[in-house]
Design a protein around this ligand. Structure first.
Ligand code: CA
Length: 467
């Protein structure tokens, strides 16, 4: 009896030890997502007028993905795909949601699993700081979707200056314009913030890292910058005396504030000796809306909202000293879908077999253990505008607008999509069209009406068309 007890205790303690060792070995994950940042607006993609040394340090000490795609050319659907690791068109999140605290269907379906939901099952502490934009109803709140901490706003387009955040209760905002002015939520508690919003988010991110240093953690640092409204403090604007274009100047200041925040998070990792085993991704949620916020996507064609490369190929880099090479450029197409698949593979986090991930673990591809491209193809559908794209190898088929014939580009040789190769290559066009059709056959229609269906949005569109 006594022996049995001793043996049980021993086995139990071994289990506990191996569990805690496994926990210590699991890499932390930080995903820093900028909002509406142009492809060309980081130093690692050649930006000259806005220094981004801290963002660049992720690429310099890790990997720069030159063909990194997101799942949609506007915010909400792109984020829904990233956070579930699945094409969001599979579950009907294909529009920017309206801000509707009263509507449990206006957001990420609750039967989908988020990265946080999966990682929290293997001991991770998960936090989101910044923009959520995946639903404003209680069922969509980050704390209901696998996260343990939240500091941010539930909708999009938030204003940056503390004196403009005048609505205490997020649920009391009755339309989109009001939702941009709500107090920031700390979990469920409204907080009267006092600083420029980007700085508030950087502070919260640093504090999340400090307070969760003894766990494996996942931080989704979801800056709403440099999305409009274009607002920055003189501290950041004064860094750009040589930029004369007013829009670009404020935009540069906003990007610079994000870069400072990235620097502070990286420095905290270093200070806590967590740098070696923390996987950090940096990306934008969609391409730059160049005329709206002064961003640039060169040499890519098109803007936010487009099926051209400028709509959904974004600045994309990752750093993980323990497992990734340093200073490498990786040119095969990758996707924000791959972030979930990568961390699930590294951590042993469970995923839902009924809802298989669309991404792949990137690590063996980047380290050369696996050859060939990670994806047979990368897809895009934008239901309301009937824009489509499929990238497979060097080739891309694109339907850039409703009822326009499919076009074909070699986006490796012709990254600006300037020469349509469709007529000379009917076989390639046909093959890509068949793959695209097979993929769209797996999708559902959008499950909720979107921001585009609100009277305010329609009025704005009408005015824009008139101008
Ligand atoms: Ca965006």
């Amino acid at each position: 009896m006594k022996m049995h007890f001793v043996r049980t205790t021993l086995i139990l303690s071994q289990v506990v030890t191996s569990f805690s060792m496994a926990l210590a070995d699991k890499p932390n994950l930080i995903v820093i997502m900028a909002d509406d940042l142009g492809y060309a607006d980081v130093g690692f993609n050649g930006c000259r007028d806005i220094p981004t040394p801290h963002i660049d340090s992720i690429a310099e000490n890790g990997v720069k993905f030159t063909s990194g795609y997101v799942l949609y050319a506007v915010c909400g659907p792109s984020r829904a795909g990233f956070i579930t690791g699945r094409y969001e068109q599979r579950f009907g999140f294909e529009r920017n949601p309206q801000y509707r605290p009263d509507d449990p269907n206006m957001g990420l379906p609750t039967d989908e699993t988020t990265i946080a939901g999966s990682l929290s099952k293997v001991g991770y502490r998960c936090g989101v700081v910044g923009k959520w934009h995946l639903g404003a109803n209680e069922v969509h709140h980050p704390l209901k979707r696998g996260f343990h901490q939240f500091f941010g706003h539930l909708g999009g387009d938030h204003r940056y200056m503390p004196e403009e955040l005048t609505i205490k209760d997020s649920a009391a905002a009755t339309d989109e314009a009001e939702s941009y002015r709500t107090w920031i939520l700390s979990d469920h508690t409204p907080v009267k913030t006092t600083r420029y919003l980007t700085d508030e988010f950087s502070n919260a991110a640093v504090s999340f890292v400090s307070s969760n240093k003894d766990y494996p953690f996942f931080l989704f640092l979801s800056y709403n910058a440099p999305h409009t409204p274009l607002q920055a403090t003189t501290k950041y604007i004064d860094r750009f005396p040589n930029i004369t274009d007013k829009k670009r100047k404020t935009y540069a200041a906003m990007v610079s504030a994000v870069d400072d925040g990235v620097g502070r998070v990286l420095s905290k990792l270093r200070e806590l000796k967590l740098e070696d085993n923390t996987l950090v991704f940096f990306l934008s949620d969609n391409g730059g809306p160049t005329t709206r916020n002064g961003s640039r996507n060169t040499p890519l064609k098109g803007d936010k909202g487009d099926a051209w490369e400028g709509g959904y190929r974004v600045p994309f880099a990752a750093r993980w000293p323990r497992g990734l090479p340093k200073g490498q450029a990786y040119n095969q197409p990758v996707s924000s879908l791959d972030i979930f698949a990568t961390i699930a593979a590294l951590s042993g986090a469970p995923t839902d077999p009924q809802r298989p991930l669309d991404g792949v673990n990137l690590i063996p591809y980047v380290t050369g253990k696996k050859n060939g491209p990670p994806h047979e193809a990368i897809y895009l559908r934008m239901f309301d505008s009937q824009k489509f794209a499929i990238r497979s190898g060097d080739h891309k088929l694109v339907i850039p607008a409703r009822n326009v014939k499919p076009q074909l580009y070699d986006v490796t040789a012709d990254v600006s999509e300037s020469t349509n190769l469709a007529t000379e290559n009917p076989e390639i066009l046909d093959e890509l069209k068949q793959k695209l059709d097979a993929w769209t056959g797996e999708l559902v229609e959008p499950r909720f009406s979107g921001l585009i269906h609100t009277p305010a949005f329609q009025k704005k569109q009408k005015n824009a068309n008139r101008n």
